[in-house]
Design a protein around this ligand. Structure first.
Ligand code: P5A
Length: 438
């Protein structure tokens, strides 16, 4: 992508009114713009990151479930059936259509998926199932803040499991636990599972996945032992129920809680030298609530010895919140430092002198070669001062920069800089291309 033809509005000054680094940086680097309180437009740079995160979530979910897509607008009747319509309160955006029918902008989909499943699944042979979708949600938060981290409209991955019994439902829960650990690892962040309160979703068993960051909304208390466990378990199969249970026990058996569930009595049992406290951002939340929705909404299947009411769980990931959370975990004084897996572009190409023919020719060549090789490249070809462009590249946080100027070219070299380490190497044009296009 050529910057001269892009809508990538980078702000010179740090925007006022944003309280946390990720919100400031997302506005300044031109990822998002607010259109109403807690509602954002995703600009071209922002949507590329959002799509990368979404795709990682999708690939890991496809290993344990099947994708579908439910609508954003739901009929109130579904929520009356489950008994949640009144209980959900003012966080729900209620809408009336032209016929006076009560509708709502979905804050979550337990009720709808239970009804869909109930209408088509009749036999125990069709269980277990795990379904997921990635869809926008609306919650009329009292205090939307921190940009996309606590928005009113936000993108969520929500999965739902249906099992014949509690033992099966727990295996589904463990599978998602592992899928989550692997998902967050691929994004270059570490999310710690913590015992959680299930709130309006319900159920007794629930865990939040928390990214540690000083700007996090929750206070966290955990046993440092959790950091030593290899939670992602590369070799572990989703079909190995026993190994999944062992993982669950190891991942959740150590003390790790947020302020919502913290209990001094158990905290005191953690050896003092292993007690860690700090703040964290909840990027995922999984729930096992058994028959809560299936019972209320009449979902039952025929079993070998009579009717069975399926046991359910639900599993959420804050896809849009993750964009902010990853920035909170990965930035410096100059801007964002994207982990390679979620970066909007891998390489930024910068001309230091847009009025120097040789510089422009070399940059054009590099840009073309990288793009042809499928390397996602942002080319700052604007007629701007070199320093301004370099500042913009640091702010946008692309993992690599190739800086091309007349001085280097005289010796046949360009500069390749790593955004993360700041290390710079002089390479020939051919070697610079080969480093990424191989
Ligand atoms: C689980 C899936 C649920 O809604 N039902 C379906 C369950 N869980 S949850 O914890 O309430 O939300 C799941 C994740 O969504 C993100 N999230 C938000 N992101 C941005 N702005 C918000 N206002 C917001 N609310 C929730 C969080 O990452 C949460 O873990």
């Amino acid at each position: 992508m050529r910057l001269s033809r892009s809508f990538l509005p980078v702000l010179k000054e740090s925007p006022s009114g944003a309280e946390v680094a990720s919100h400031k940086l997302m506005l300044q680097a031109g990822l998002i713009r607010q259109t109403s309180a807690g509602i954002y437009a995703w600009l071209p740079l922002g949507i590329r990151v959002l799509r990368k995160i979404e795709q990682i979530v999708r690939e890991e979910q496809d290993k344990v479930g099947q994708e579908m897509l439910m609508p954003t607008i739901q009929p109130a009747d579904l929520w009356k059936e489950s008994g949640r319509y009144d209980a959900y309160g003012p966080e729900m955006l209620r809408i009336e259509d032209r016929h006076g029918r009560e509708m709502l902008y979905g804050p979550t989909n337990e009720d709808m998926i239970t009804a869909l499943f109930r209408d088509d699944v009749k036999s125990y042979r069709e269980l277990p199932r795990m379904l997921y979708h990635i869809q926008w949600k609306f919650r009329d938060e009292v205090r939307p803040r921190f940009g996309v981290m606590r928005g009113r409209e936000f993108l969520m991955k929500d999965a739902y499991s249906f099992d014949l019994d509690e033992a099966g439902a727990k295996v589904s829960y463990y599978r998602q636990l592992l899928a989550y650990l692997r998902t967050f690892k691929r994004m270059g962040i570490k999310a710690v599972p913590m015992q959680a309160d299930s709130g309006p979703i319900g159920g007794k068993l629930s865990h939040e996945f928390v990214v540690l960051a000083p700007s996090g909304e929750s206070e966290v208390f955990y046993d440092g032992k959790i950091e030593e466990v290899d939670l992602e378990r590369e070799g572990l199969s989703y079909d190995d129920a026993e190994a999944l249970e062992t993982l669950f026990k190891e991942a959740t058996g150590v003390y790790a809680r947020t302020d919502e569930t913290h209990e001094e009595q158990y905290w005191a049992e953690v050896p003092a030298d292993r007690q860690r406290t700090g703040r964290g951002i909840e990027v995922g939340h999984i729930f096992y609530f058994g028959e809560k929705y299936s019972q209320a909404m009449g979902l039952k299947v025929s079993g070998p010895n009579g009717e069975i009411v399926p046991m359910m769980g639900s599993y959420g990931i804050g896809v849009s919140r993750l964009v902010g959370a990853i920035i909170e975990a990965s930035h410096d004084d100059n801007g964002i430092v994207w982990p390679e897996a979620v970066a909007p572009f891998t390489v930024g190409v910068v001309t230091m002198r847009a009025d120097d023919e040789a510089t422009v020719a070399a940059a054009d060549d590099i840009y073309k070669a990288l793009t042809d090789a499928g390397v996602e490249t942002l080319y700052d070809d604007r007629d701007e001062r070199g320093g301004v462009k370099l500042g913009g590249m640091d702010l946008m946080g692309l993992p690599w920069q190739i800086v091309i100027g007349p001085r280097g070219l005289k010796d046949g070299v360009v500069e390749v800089k790593s955004r993360k380490t700041g290390e710079r190497h002089e390479l020939t044009v051919q070697d610079a291309i080969a480093k990424f296009a191989s």
